[in-house]
Design a binder for this molecule. Structure first.
Ligand code: NBP
Length: 472
């Protein structure tokens, strides 16, 4: 009997996805470059639905047609190498699926290359880490729609479910799935940074203990902020080791694997402001300058205020932080979706933002109750310029914006850097300013470089002889 699907790459993600598929009743062929790993997996996690294979040919021959070959290997060169090895072994119309964190432009290139050989290629973003892979990840598939129809049932079965719906929906052609996964990761950076800023404000400005902070975050998890990241933050705050809070002895240097960087580079390429996500990435860069920050604390003196200086109680302060966090979170999602909407036009995709928000509701790190609101808002106002302009979110922002402004002001005067929240406020203020300062920039550009400018009083493109006017 042939297998329904095959998985190549049996590290953490591949092995758990294979187990998830096998649990759902699919016969799964498994293969790994280092073939001893196949035997190890069979020994330790052998599943009755697994068909172990020890060569690529044996693997390919074990699959029913059209073959569904799921690659879950390290992104980059390994994917290209595997594709080259598979080409002579597969038939026309077989489907190669890349479930790794591949760069979307590689996915576009690979799709085109394999299409010339009449082999289907799907680029699929998978989120949720080891646990998600095993019991239900969020799945973001891109590629040929017809080829996807051969995977839809398997993907929907193995994916996470939220509110009774599969966290998996076909997104669009070629690199669309990996693109959405990349933006998801950028939003994840922002979400984490914003929570970290809320934590640091409550701790350093208002002096809350870890136990109190645990309770605050637990309470917030029963509000509009309800999300996986708020939940784990609350859990983290109560963990002790040898009678000491573990969080307090964790080094304040954050690492990263690169997808947040891709999101930012892409936003620059497309000319989209994703400042909150950028602030989150910068936050990680700066966190790594630990030694320099220690010197900085000694060298740069700052006269800073205390909470008492603001005539505000601790409880009221908690309310400010909560509202500021919520509004900033809305902005980070608005920026992520704005990037998706510009990318949609640039790369010829056809996104459904309401459905994308639904995919994020389960399995992935950014799962949150308010994704229901995002989904509803985009459903009602599909072609809106920005999530912030939808009726629901405009109202959410309008009723809390003063709190974000007040909080950022307190943070600035207290000398506590909250770059992501500050960026969120500035993004809103920029967006709600009909008269920007760019008239001055255009005048300067025309002055030194004759770059011309448009006028508000008449049509056309103009250059002015600025130095002649100086002489007069
Ligand atoms: P890794 O990213 O650590 O990759 C290890 C796998 O790649 C092993 O099976 C390894 O085989 C295989 N491989 C390599 Br390396 N070079 C190869 C080559 N030239 N030909 C064939 N196979 C090769 O595994 P992972 O952490 O399970 O992640 C898999 C993918 O999923 C990655 O793209 C990752 O970014 C993505 N992802 C990971 C997570 C997560 O939480 N870990 C979440 C979401 C997505 P070997 O055993 O012979 O070395």
């Amino acid at each position: 009997m042939k297998s329904n699907i095959g998985v190549i790459g049996l590290s953490v993600m591949g092995m758990n996805l294979a187990l998830n598929m096998a649990d759902n009743g699919y016969k799964v062929s498994i293969f790994n470059r280092t073939t001893s790993v196949v035997d190890k997996v069979m020994e330790e996690h052998g599943h009755e639905n697994f068909i172990p294979t020890h060569s690529l040919k044996e693997f390919v021959d074990s699959l029913e047609k059209p073959r569904r070959i799921f690659l879950m290997v390290k992104s980059g060169a390994p994917v290209d190498m595997l594709i080259e090895q598979l080409i002579p072994l597969v038939d026309k119309n077989d489907i190669i699926i890349d479930g790794g964190n591949s760069y979307f432009k590689d996915t576009i290139r690979r799709t085109k290359y394999l299409k010339e050989k009449e082999i289907n290629f799907l680029g699929v973003g998978i989120s949720g880490g080891e646990e998600g892979a095993r019991f239900g990840p969020a799945i973001m598939p891109g590629g040929d729609k017809e080829a996807y129809s051969y995977l839809a049932e398997i993907f929907e079965k193995i994916s996470a479910k939220a509110y009774g719906e599969a966290c998996c929906k076909y997104l669009s052609t070629d690199g669309a799935g990996h693109y959405v996964k990349m933006v998801h990761n950028g939003i994840e950076y922002a979400d984490m940074q914003l929570i970290a800023e809320a934590y640091t404000l409550l701790k350093r400005v208002a002096g809350f203990s870890n136990e109190e902070l645990h309770n605050i975050f637990e309470e917030w998890n029963n509000s509009e902020l309800e999300s996986y990241l708020i939940e784990i933050t609350s859990n983290i705050l109560k963990v002790k080791e040898d009678n000491k809070y573990l969080l307090d002895i964790i080094m304040d240097k954050a690492s990263q694997k690169g997808t947040g960087k891709w999101t930012n580079l892409e936003a620059i390429d497309l000319g989209v402001d994703i400042s909150v996500i950028t602030a989150a990435l910068n936050g990680r860069f700066m966190s790594n300058l630990k030694d320099e920050r220690i010197k900085g604390e000694r060298i740069i003196e700052a006269k800073v205020s205390k909470l008492e200086d603001f005539n505000i109680g601790r409880e009221e302060f908690v309310g400010l932080v909560k509202n500021a966090l919520y509004v900033s979170k809305i902005v980070s999602y608005a920026q992520g979706f704005k990037l998706l909407s510009v990318a949609e036009k640039e790369y010829g995709w056809d996104f459904n933002f309401s459905e994308i928000a639904k995919i994020f509701r389960g399995g992935c790190i950014i799962r949150a109750k308010f994704l229901n609101d995002i989904s509803d808002a985009f459903k009602e106002e599909e072609h809106i310029d920005n999530l912030m302009f939808t009726k629901f979110f405009a109202n959410e922002i309008n009723t809390r914006l003063t709190d974000l402004r007040e909080l950022v002001s307190i943070a600035v005067q207290s000398g506590v850097a909250v770059s992501a929240m500050t960026s969120a406020l500035e993004y809103i203020d920029t967006y709600r300013t009909s008269q920007s300062s760019a008239n001055m920039i255009q005048a300067q550009r025309d002055y030194f470089g004759a770059h011309t400018f448009e006028r508000t009083d008449k049509e056309g493109s103009y250059h002015f002889d600025w130095t002649a006017s100086e002489k007069n």
